[in-house]
Design a protein around this ligand. Structure first.
Ligand code: C2O
Length: 562
């Protein structure tokens, strides 16, 4: 049994309790380990883009601590909230099999951890390996509260040649203003948050941004070696292009699911998604920029309604001095839908013996249409002029419950918190605000045609990366325009890519299929944070199966609702 060695800064008052607990857990799990962290969420001074500001981070790190486990391990994260904001932490892409209470979706699976309160997330990481991440799931705080969550294979190694080293690349998004204020302003105007001031690579905008150079990420490579880049799009509101000057990649995984090797020199990654790519250090020894900037199909208006800056970092060959000039990669134009689609659509899943296969019969076949629309100003939108923006799925604009989380309401049978009437079809009707969920039985197979309705110059961003909590799904087909049922004959049922987040382009569609093998309340939403408070979300309610496939009772320290 191995235990992750807590850092000195991770002093933990409950260590005693854990020491008592661990032996019991370990006998049940043979060689699996318990990996334990403590995250102190609090203010951190930082100087970025010629400004000194205070942001909220975990353990005074931006990005936050990397969590590394092996498949089969149990992860224990004590979260101490030293910030003035109620928070929750989500383990993005983790199945949370029978541990839905630890999913961290604010008001969906828990009430938030109040300022000066604490909560311990405990869950087992089973049946998945690769690159995932964790992030705050309340307000826009995930702009600075996020980190990598890396799951190593328990045995047998990777299904590709072992890399010399692994390099996590966390792409982020930066605002000079306090992000909670940015979000509140967006709610008052009814138009969503103002655009960001920079993108970041491993926390820094890089030296192409004004005063951005100080903390620029720089990594040394050796000629002839191969590196595994674990690329995570932790940006709040933007899909991103990513390139490294003079270097090409072989994609080997996405969203912690292996893919067939896919050669490319540009990577496209939507918020919530991850891409694992092998990169050979095969260029002439030198310094090379890696760079990221927005992929945004709605670029018609002037000035563009999105952040047009590029984040940079540097790859330096061993022996090359720090001051050597670096080559900059040519990034695709912002609106390069063709490059994005070619990347997103050409990945296929690596099929290995024992992996889940595409279920052939479907119990629930849904069409979910989503987008943004203009709405009248609400009374509480005190800075709203003329109109506000409303988002919806099948004409239901998702409302978060206020008194109790959906999961607790399900477990305790609390009435009048949600309705089980989420429509399976975008029936023509006026959009209304509702907390409506779609109920499915344990182990039902659910297929969803995700139809992005909108291309709206007036309303800005129209790409929608749709993320499903609690499950991976197979992406059976993707396209532009309106989904045509005749496309069913083109579904890839053999080796589709497996993901937890699919980027559905402006006016495009994707078909996903998953088995609802996990009882609980599972959020499905647009992973652009600006669209979440506008209502671009719904929830799958998955009922208990035959024992032991049950949702257990909540943990003893489950946060109280206020
Ligand atoms: Cu990474 Cu509900 O999201």
């Amino acid at each position: 049994m191995a235990i992750h060695k807590p850092r000195a800064s991770e002093r933990d008052p409950w260590r005693v309790l854990l020491v008592l607990l661990i032996p019991a857990v370990c006998t049940a799990m043979a060689s699996a380990a318990v990996v334990e962290h403590t995250f102190y969420v609090g203010g951190m001074g930082i100087s970025q883009l010629c400004m000194n500001s205070v942001v909220y981070t975990a353990n005074q790190q931006l990005p936050g601590p990397t969590v590394e486990v092996s498949e089969g391990d149990t992860l224990v994260v004590h979260v101490v909230n030293g910030s003035p904001y109620p928070i929750s932490l989500h383990w993005h892409g983790i199945f949370q099999l029978q541990s839905g209470w630890a999913d961290g979706a604010n008001m969906i699976t828990q009430c938030p951890i109040q300022p000066s309160a604490r909560f311990t997330y405990v869950f087992k990481v089973t049946g998945q390996e690769g690159t995932l991440w964790w992030h705050a799931h309340a307000s826009m705080l995930r702009a600075t509260i996020y980190g990598a969550l890396i799951i190593k294979p328990r045995s047998g190694g990777y299904p590709f040649p072992p890399p010399h080293a692994e390099i996590p690349i966390l792409l982020g998004e930066w605002w000079n203003r306090n992000v909670d204020d940015v979000e509140k302003d967006g709610l008052l105007t009814g138009l969503g948050p103002a655009k960001s001031d920079a993108f970041t690579i491993n926390g820094s905008p890089g030296d192409q941004a004004p005063c951005g150079g100080a903390g620029m990420f720089q990594v040394e490579v050796e000629s002839g070696r191969t590196y595994l880049l674990r690329i995570i799009n932790a940006a709040v509101n933007a899909e991103l292009f990513f390139r490294v000057a003079g270097h090409a990649f072989t994609v080997v995984a996405a969203d912690a699911s292996y893919t067939d090797p896919h050669p490319t020199d540009v990577i496209v990654v939507a918020p919530g998604q991850t891409v694992d790519a092998l990169m050979a250090a095969a260029a002439a020894p030198g310094r090379y920029y890696m760079a990221a900037r927005a992929f945004e199909s709605a670029t018609a208006s002037t000035p563009p309604p999105f952040d047009t800056t590029s984040a940079t970092a540097v790859l330096r060959y061993k022996g090359v001095p720090d001051y050597a000039p670096a080559a900059m990669p040519a990034l695709p134009p912002y609106a390069d839908v063709v490059t994005a689609a070619r990347f997103y659509w050409s990945l296929t899943g690596l099929v290995r013996p024992g992996d889940p296969v595409v279920p052939k019969t479907v119990d629930h076949s849904l069409v979910v249409a989503f987008g943004l629309e203009q709405a009248s100003c609400a009374p509480d939108q005190t800075r709203c002029q003329r109109f506000s923006v409303l988002a919806s799925m099948n004409r239901r604009s998702f409302q978060f419950p206020e008194k109790v989380s959906l999961l607790e309401a399900l477990f305790r049978g609390v009435p009048n918190v949600y309705s089980e009437d989420f429509p399976g079809w975008p029936a023509p009707a006026a959009t209304r605000k509702a907390t409506s969920v779609r109920k499915v039985n344990y182990n039902d197979v659910v297929e969803v045609v995700l139809q992005n309705e909108g291309y709206s110059r007036a309303l800005g961003t129209a790409n929608h990366p749709i993320h499903l909590h609690g499950f991976n799904f197979f992406v059976l087909a993707q396209g532009l325009g309106r989904f045509d049922p005749r496309m069913r004959s083109t579904y890839n049922l053999v080796n589709p890519q497996v993901r937890n987040t699919v980027a559905v382009p402006a006016g495009g569609w994707a078909v996903i299929r998953f088995t609802a093998n996990n009882p609980g309340m599972w959020f499905m939403h647009c992973h652009l944070d600006s669209h979440l408070p506008l209502g671009l979300a719904m929830v799958f309610e998955v009922l208990n199966g035959p024992a032991p496939n049950l949702l257990p009772p909540p943990p003893a320290d489950y946060p109280k609702c206020h």
